[in-house]
Design a protein around this ligand. Sequence first.
Ligand SMILES: NC(=O)c1ccc[n+]([C@@H]2O[C@H](COP(=O)([O-])OP(=O)(O)OC[C@H]3O[C@@H](n4cnc5c(N)ncnc54)[C@H](O)[C@@H]3O)[C@@H](O)[C@H]2O)c1
Length: 251
Amino acid sequence: MDLGLRGRAAFVTGAGGAIGSAIARQLAAEGAAVAVADIDERAARSVADTLAASGARAVAVCCDVTDAASVREAHRAAVGGIGRTDILVNNAGFNRDANITDMADADWDAVMDVCLRGTFNCTRAMLPGMAENRWGRVVSIASRAALGNPGQTNYSAAKAGVIGFTRALSLEQARFGITANVVSPGLIDTPQLRASPSVDKLLETARRNPVGFIGRPEHIAAPVVFLCSELAAYITGATLIVSGGHFAPSI
Ligand SMILES: NC(=O)c1ccc[n+]([C@@H]2O[C@H](COP(=O)([O-])OP(=O)(O)OC[C@H]3O[C@@H](n4cnc5c(N)ncnc54)[C@H](O)[C@@H]3O)[C@@H](O)[C@H]2O)c1
């Protein structure tokens, strides 16, 4: 199946991390050029070098998605390296968990900033070029936690915000040939999950999910790449929950 991604150029945030690097790899495997964007420059460079070694066009860009000026600068660098941006994957994100009465302002702000403001900053910066070309794809990574997880009021609110943001965006941008969709992962086996203080509980939950195994980053990358493709032209404003059939809180 030809996804029509050869010759397209993608900007993937948080692409030095587990899920983002899998998305970058699968986009590159389909022939897209990739700007590997991350606040962790060394991680971004390592992923971009691996992609380039396999014959892909890839450039590492240092980018703090919470800072609009940094995003603009990173976008300029990406365009300098791979020509333009047809596809944006808003993947950078993290959680800072606490029950609400114990939640520090800094933990609320940090999660809202990276997950929600970061999605806004990157999308606003990259849409004009897509609109000019009358073709674009924005795929944002939310989480099954958008449906609610105890101890994650900040993260659940930010990720639910990403879904509302995407619905509005899809309606604004459809006339320019730009689609906007969300992939909402359930538990995914990543170093971040393995480092969580609740890892045993999380793995137990994952084992009880309907498919009977815990997802890997490639299971998120595959639907993201499909939504970035030519074949997904009629899908916009959608949220795809990719959780092995598990919809209940994971903790
Ligand atoms: N791992 C899971 O189980 C899971 C489940 C649901 C949703 N998600 C979401 O998937 C996305 C990727 O998660 P992951 O598990 O790969 O995490 P990860 O920690 O491996 O990767 C996240 C990357 O984002 C980067 N980053 C952090 N702050 C940034 C900033 N301000 N600007 C630019 N980059 C920044 C980090 O350096 C890191 O490389 C996140 O949005 C996360 O919320 C993950």
